[in-house]
Design a binder for this molecule. Structure first.
Ligand code: FES
Ligand SMILES: [Fe+2]
Length: 437
């Protein structure tokens, strides 16, 4: 349970709020690259309550700038992309990707007023299908050498989806390993190629991941502090000789890295749009085979509407709930897309869940630890301390992986076995760092 005051602190992310200030110290996804693929590469972006425009200039540089023109406030989303920047259609003021005002064509030719005007802008970097922005003070921190950033483009696929709830509800699902045994349970024994995220055998158990999660639903969750945040090592006793081990990561503050199949992991950010909406952004990263981007995109074209990236199955149609399916096939009765299950789980408590009403149990230890770190980070910033788990140019390269695996191991040496299984996946890969952090 949280007090109303702490709940407010953890959920409000607008400019000037303690949590908003903290999140702004880390790179955040601002858009998918595909959103700027068209003939006019400019798109509205709302991020942590700020209304912005992301555009690409003729030189291919990205600019993330305030949506309101600093002259008289017109909406720069309707701007003209020309002459090395974005031009306001109201009086023709022209801005470059850094927010500098290059021209004010109606001002006298001798005027240097344009040098005194700036449009707020944030640095951007593109990695494997996502354009990231740094909205904090000072120079942006370096990015770690994580798999999703160092993988060749051919081995990654990026996508996003809208959830209509506060960002913390979304990120808390990612540090809750026990829910998968229930929320995503499939009642039948055959492998349903469940959703778009679970798949295939779990290690050499002879069972699929969905069977393991269903049949062993009382896991032990071990938290380990790491240099990037926290590793969650979740074990399930299969029998007296065998252990199921699932290793997931919470990269502070709002990224999770989890295994998907034996060859693929998912890096997923939960980013506030404002306090009652958030995006999940994901990079799917394959270690061995190239990904079939067209197939992955086509699958999602059927499931989502564009350009709003909203699941077609959502609150307005009761998440597709079917009581007969719930009786015979799935735990939720909401179909096979696990994103829909998660969406129901995070949206149904309400836009901002009142955590004075919650009762956390043993399996919620990841949630408790994440909240503590967030509160510690907010307090530290207020006291002038550096943000927690912030990387520096000296140490950023040490952070590889992170290790993320779903496997079965002999019980007696499971602690040393699962890292070996992760290393085997890396050994097979032509591009991956041979050891993960
Ligand atoms: S309002 Fe944008 S140029 Fe005048
Ligand atoms: Fe889930």
């Amino acid at each position: 349970m949280l007090s109303a005051e702490l709940n407010k602190q953890l959920t409000e992310t607008g400019p000037g709020t303690p949590c908003g200030d903290l999140l702004r110290h880390y790179w955040q996804p601002a858009a998918l690259s595909e959103e700027l693929d068209g003939t006019r590469p400019a798109v509205a972006v709302r991020l942590m309550g700020e209304d912005l425009v992301l555009f690409k200039d003729e030189r291919g540089r990205y600019g993330l700038v305030d949506r309101r023109c600093p002259h008289r406030g017109a909406d720069l989303c309707y701007g003209r992309l020309e002459d090395g920047g974005l031009r306001c259609p109201f009086h023709g003021w022209l801005f470059d990707v850094h927010g500098a005002c290059l021209e004010q064509p109606a001002e006298p030719a001798t005027s240097n007023f344009h040098r005194k005007v700036r449009l707020a802008s944030y640095p951007c970097e593109e990695f494997n299908g996502i354009i990231f922005a740094y909205m904090g003070p000072g120079a942006p921190p370096p990015l770690p050498g994580f798999d999703c950033f160092v993988a060749p483009e051919s081995h990654t696929f990026a996508f996003k989806g809208l959830w209509e709830c506060n960002w913390l509800q979304a990120v808390e699902v990612g540090v809750d390993p026990s829910h998968a045994s229930f929320l995503h349970r499939y009642l039948d024994d055959h492998d349903p190629e469940y959703g778009l995220q679970f798949g295939g055998e779990s290690g050499e158990s002879g069972m699929t991941q969905t069977q393991v999660l269903r049949d062993y639903d009382c896991p032990e969750i071990n938290l380990e502090e790491t240099g990037f945040g926290m590793r969650l090592v979740t074990t399930r006793d299969i029998n007296e000789d065998t252990m199921h081990v699932r290793v997931t990561n919470s990269v502070f503050p709002n990224l999770i890295v989890i295994p998907m199949t034996s060859d693929m992991c998912i890096s997923q950010w939960h980013v506030p749009i404002d306090d009652t909406h958030c995006w999940w952004y994901a990079i799917f990263t394959a270690f061995d085979e190239e990904v079939d981007k067209k197939a992955m995109r086509d699958q999602r074209r059927e499931l989502y509407t564009f350009p709003d990236y909203r699941s077609r199955i959502n609150k307005s149609n009761q998440y597709g709930f079917n009581p007969e399916e719930q009786r015979t096939q799935t735990y939720t009765g909401m179909g096979l897309d696990i994103n829909v299950h998660d969406q129901w789980a995070v949206e149904s408590p309400g836009p901002i869940f009142d955590r004075t009403r919650e009762h956390l149990g043993t399996t919620d230890k990841g949630i408790i630890a994440l909240r503590k770190n967030l509160l510690r980070g907010m307090k530290g910033l207020a006291d002038g301390a550096p943000p927690p788990y912030q990387l520096s140019s000296e140490n950023a390269g040490q952070f590889t992986g992170p290790m993320a695996i779903d496997t079965t191991t002999p019980r007696e040496n499971w602690q040393s076995e699962w890292p070996r299984h992760d290393a085997q996946k890396r050994e097979r890969s032509l591009w991956a760092n041979k050891s993960g952090s």
